[in-house]
Design a protein around this ligand. Structure first.
Ligand code: ATP
Ligand code: MG
Length: 428
């Protein structure tokens, strides 16, 4: 017996009813990005493995255990399915000298891959909209990127998404904090879980990101990075906050917000909802001024964020805000040799006039075809039999109006008749 093939666990098929919502979401996202001057960039899904190791950091969840890495069987190259978009975007910016030119505002959208335990809001193939700005050093771009989020939630009809921000300062400041942090955790070594023990001397800041409930108290009592920030770092952070306040954007400073990737400095932020259970972060980002240089480019300040599309789609669905996807204007029913030939011409003619037309395919009785027409949601059926076809005419039948009569009409008058009736309906 042959076994039915199934999609890989954690990699979802997105079926039409939901994919239509995805497309509406993407339309909204694209016009929102345009409104802020962001331009698209399309990047490969597979990159050399060392790119991610260098960009994201060896001691991170992603590089330690989440990457789909493999050896190209043809040439032995070490490759990885991208777990996030920033590394590839920076690689491309360096490779094509984008960051060396005028400042850039870039975005991309597409699948990312992480080998995590699949659960609601957490998948192995998931999708991100990612935004990166290169060449801006001041707090204005950080604040603008944060405020962009607020506008998008509004555009999507979402509320209750809370903004958390923090500053990670600069490397030297983190180093001083790190020493104190290690000392704090060492004093309570018996309370550390396995992950924390492993990270204690490699990446203690990441311990603060722990989701283990047993670790929460210990983390809350740990020395706070903000107390180690320099004057410049504090000034940058205050600059961001001033713009947020001017814009009337509420936020909370969360000192434990450290982000799971190594490349961040100064501003980091997350947009969080409590409506999705444990997977509540829908958007996360921050500044990463060192990364371009670290990957071999010219030192360039940078700031970006990524949104989890699955989580936002779930929120839209949960809010009941999924808009109706438009039905076609016309379902075209036909039967007979002459009728099918006229049907093809009529369908293309109506599409020339800007209408969406579903032409019945696969034959069947008029009755069966009319059932399909009803189910399509189209406001009109256009019906063609051989009799009508001989005289270059069709039947126009309104499907959604009580008592509306079907009428016979010449093909040359059809488009206008439909448009007139659609306009009438809109006025009502
Ligand atoms: P988490 O702490 O939830 O694992 P993260 O810090 O690893 O998140 P980022 O790398 O910042 O996540 O990715 C940005 C956003 O992408 C997240 O806020 C989330 O909305 C989404 N995301 C990340 N990983 C997944 C996943 N496995 N499945 C679905 N969405 C994800
Ligand atoms: Mg993660």
């Amino acid at each position: 017996m042959s076994q039915t093939l199934q999609a890989i666990r954690g990699m979802n098929d997105i079926l039409p009813a939901e994919a239509e919502l995805w497309e509406l979401f993407e339309d909204t996202v694209r016009s929102w990005l345009k409104a802020y001057g962001y331009r698209p960039i399309r990047l490969p899904i597979v990159e050399p493995t060392p790119l991610f190791k260098r960009a994201i950091g060896e001691v991170t969840d992603i590089v330690e255990k989440e990457m789909y890495s493999f050896v190209d069987g043809l040439n032995g190259e070490a490759l990885t399915l991208r777990p996030e978009g920033t590394a590839g975007c920076v690689r491309a910016a360096i490779q094509h000298n984008l960051a060396g030119m005028t400042p850039q505002r870039l975005y991309y959208l597409g699948p990312m891959f992480r080998h995590e335990r699949p659960q609601k809001g957490r998948y192995r193939q998931f999708h991100q909209v990612g935004v990166e700005a290169f060449g801006y050093a001041g707090p204005d771009i950080d604040a603008e990127q944060i405020l962009m989020g607020a506008r998008l939630w509004g555009d999507l009809g979402l509320d209750g998404i809370e903004l958390q921000i923090n500053s990670l300062g600069q490397a030297e400041e983190r180093a001083r904090h790190r020493a104190e942090l290690i000392a704090h955790f060492e004093r309570h070594a018996e309370l550390l879980d396995e992950d924390a023990r492993r990270r204690l001397h490699t990446n203690p800041l990441r311990i603060l990101d722990s989701k283990n409930p047993a670790m929460q108290e210990l983390c809350a009592a740990a020395p706070k990075l903000i107390d180690f920030l320099s004057e410049d770092s504090l000034k940058h952070f205050e600059g961001v906050q001033r713009i947020l306040k001017d814009a009337g954007q509420p936020y909370v400073v969360n000192p434990r917000l450290v982000r799971g990737l190594d490349y961040y400095n100064l501003t980091v932020f997350e947009w969080v909802t409590d409506r999705l259970g444990a997977q509540g972060t829908v958007c996360a980002g921050g500044r990463y001024d060192g990364l371009v240089e670290q990957l071999g480019g010219k030192s360039t300040p940078a700031c970006g964020f990524a949104m989890g599309v699955e989580r936002l789609i779930a929120l839209i669905q949960e809010a009941g805000g999924a808009p109706e996807v438009a039905a076609p204007e016309v379902y075209l029913v036909h039967q007979g040799e002459a009728a099918i030939r006229l049907a093809f011409r009529v369908a293309e003619h109506l599409r020339d006039q800007g209408m969406n037309v579903v032409q019945h395919c696969g034959g069947g009785s008029f009755k069966a075809q009319m059932k399909k027409a009803d189910a399509s949601g189209a406001p009109f059926a256009v019906i063609i039999g051989d009799d009508e076809a001989q005289s270059g005419e069709v039947q126009l039948k309104p499907l959604r109006e009580e008592g509306a009569e079907q009428r016979r009409i010449g093909v040359e008058f059809l488009a206008e008749a439909i448009i007139d009736q659609l306009l009438d309906r809109e006025e009502e």
